[in-house]
Design a protein around this ligand. Structure first.
Ligand code: F6R
Length: 576
């Protein structure tokens, strides 16, 4: 999705910026632009590829050595030049690039209009430029701090001010932004891949921080006070770039989910396999959970009941005959021995086999008759995140001959972006101290609940219990005592009554209910809420799982665990 780059140094900025924008292309975009700062700010923008922007820049004399650039993936407003970043403020004093979504943009729009500022674009981002100029009293950093404090939602911001032509100002809240420093140069970027090679150290901005970036230096502030951020030396530039400034691959990959989903759900439809009438979904671990979470969707589309089976158990179901049936194998790696063995067995029994894998030429895709590739990009973290969400997205694509699902799929990346902004800190503290937390849900939420419990177990070593909400009363409820956290995933309004009943049962025994929900009544009845954006209940696991991943991550961090290298686990399980 959107990408940000900024450069200040001793070379003309425009070519450095376009090079950085090329490196950000993989994030997906539909327009791009740059702004450079001299005695005034000049912007150049183009819809479409970066080559279109380069075409416009050809022959322009732009000697300015400081600038910002942006690749835009349209959210508020179509991909037009007017909506394209950088946005200029009404008097031309400021230019901004923004990655994220401003939740209170409606109020801010009214505020600007009441001040007589006429808005040019349909974007939420343009407002930020105007607010900056309105607040400006000669100190861009102070006014950026004030404006950032009024923004709700997620943002990574790069800002130019015409009065300080070699400075870049930056602010961050829930969208990634890193600062790169080298001799006589500095830059900002959404990730390390776009950093120029002169960069020798990195600063990862934290939520709530603002920064003034000058050639060779950066000052970082939090709530008006100067802070000394940690600088990571790029002695191993590849690692720094690969981690893009994130402390862990798991966190980086969580943040990649909106883009990974966008790539997966727009995968070329031509010649794509489709779901038949009798489907069995098969996988291991998280892939099995993605299958469980997708069962209701598959049943809605095929009009038949679908089976979900653990790959390691499938081979023992002796009497099944596969003729006229389809077996769909889910595997991020495509190299999981249990899944490959199950696919081989399914072929022997006469099933039509379909591999859904993130690795296009894996053993599994070669074994199966048909394949559909998720487009999550390489997943390095042992605990899968984008592997799971793109599998749910992929099954949505296979089911997208239904118009309602096809429309809901397009919304998934945006909903995932919003889910990334959900604040889990308080709940993570509670979970990190807990024994036997529960994760419960029904239908698609059941798969998401199991995945939430697995994430927690894998990286924090807390013995979490994932269970179908209706099963709680059949035994496991005996474990609930005062303070036991019960995470309730609830995205299906039609099941609201039953969810409320489960929550009441838990609370009656002293349990603490944490609702992961977009349903008001459910939220009101909970002790803690992780609020979800609206999402189709048959695709919801791709979104509801995101705060659960974050919860596991934050809890493991609090417990000081080695998040990217959890004990006893391997990324690819190639033994049966
Ligand atoms: C959990 C996890 C595992 C895998 C499982 C299957 O975070 O990563 O449970 O989901 O080993 O792996 P794939 O999808 O590669 O077949």
């Amino acid at each position: 999705m959107c990408g940000i780059i900024g450069y200040t140094g001793n070379k003309p900025a425009a070519p450095v910026l376009t090079k950085g924008l090329h490196a950000l292309e993989y994030r997906g975009y539909d327009s791009a632009g740059i702004a450079v700062c001299g005695s005034e700010i000049v912007t150049v923008k183009a819809v479409g590829r970066i080559s279109a922007l380069e075409e416009k820049l050809r022959g322009r004399d732009l000697p300015e050595v400081c600038g910002i650039g942006h690749t835009r993936w349209a959210t508020h407003g179509c991909p037009t030049e007017i909506n394209c970043h950088p946005h200029l403020s009404y008097g031309g004093k400021f230019a901004i690039v923004h990655n994220g979504i401003i939740d209170n943009c409606r109020n801010l729009r009214v505020l600007c209009e009441n001040r007589g500022i006429s808005l040019k674009s349909d974007t939420d981002s343009e407002l930020i430029a105007h607010l900056l100029e309105w607040e400006y009293r000669g100190d861009p950093l102070a006014c950026l701090s004030r404006v950032a404090a009024d923004l709700r939602g997620s943002f990574a911001l790069g800002v130019l001010c015409a009065d300080f032509p070699s400075d870049i100002y930056a602010a961050k809240m829930r969208s990634p932004l890193i600062i790169g420093l080298g001799e006589d140069m500095a830059c900002i970027s959404s990730d390390g891949t776009a950093m120029p090679k002169e960069v020798t150290s990195l600063i990862v901005l934290a939520d709530g921080q603002v920064a003034r970036v000058r050639p060779g230096s950066a000052e970082v502030f939090f709530r008006g006070r100067r802070v000394e951020p940690e600088r990571v030396k790029c002695s191993s530039p590849e690692i720094a770039a690969a981690l893009s400034g994130f402390p862990h691959y798991m966190l980086k990959e969580m943040y990649e989910q909106p883009e990974a989903l966008a790539r997966t759900v727009t995968e070329d439809c031509l010649g794509r396999p489709y779901l038949r009438r009798n489907v069995t979904l098969i996988g291991c671990g998280s892939s099995y959970h993605a299958a469980l979470a997708s069962k209701p969707l598959v049943e809605r589309i095929t009009g038949c009941s679908a089976e979900v089976c653990l790959a390691s158990e499938f081979i023992y179901s002796e009497k099944t005959v596969g003729r006229g049936k389809q077996a769909v194998f889910l595997s991020q790696s495509g190299e999981t021995a249990d899944t490959i063995a199950a696919a081989e067995e399914a072929k022997r029994r006469g099933y039509l086999t379909l591999a859904v894998s993130n690795v296009h030429s894996s053993t599994l895709t070669r074994v199966c008759d048909e394949k559909f590739c998720t487009r999550a990009g390489p997943e390095i973290s042992v605990a899968t995140t984008k592997g799971f969400t793109t599998q749910v997205g992929a099954l949505g694509v296979l089911a997208s001959r239904n118009d309602e699902i096809a429309a809901a799929l397009k919304e998934l990346p945006f909903a995932a972006e919003k889910a990334l902004a959900v604040e889990v800190g308080e709940v993570a503290k509670l979970i990190a101290k807990s024994v036997n937390p529960f994760f419960i849900g029904r239908k698609a939420d059941y798969g998401a609940a199991l995945e939430g419990a697995l994430k927690l177990k894998e990286i924090s070593y807390i013995s979490a219990l994932g269970i179908a909400a209706g099963e709680l009363k059949h035994g496991s409820i005996s474990l609930i005592e005062k303070g036991t956290p019960v995470v309730v995933v609830s995205t299906d309004e039609a099941l609201g009554e039953k969810t409320l009943l489960s929550m009441a049962t838990v609370r009656a025994r002293g349990g603490t209910v944490i609702a992961v929900t977009n349903i008001d009544e459910v939220a009101q009845a909970a002790d803690f809420v992780l609020p979800l954006p609206n999402v189709h209940p048959l695709l919801s696991a791709a979104v509801s799982v995101i705060p659960l991943q974050r919860l596991a991550y934050e809890a493991a961090l609090l417990l000081g665990k080695d998040i990217d290298k959890p004990r006893n686990l391997a990324k690819s399980v190639t033994v049966e």
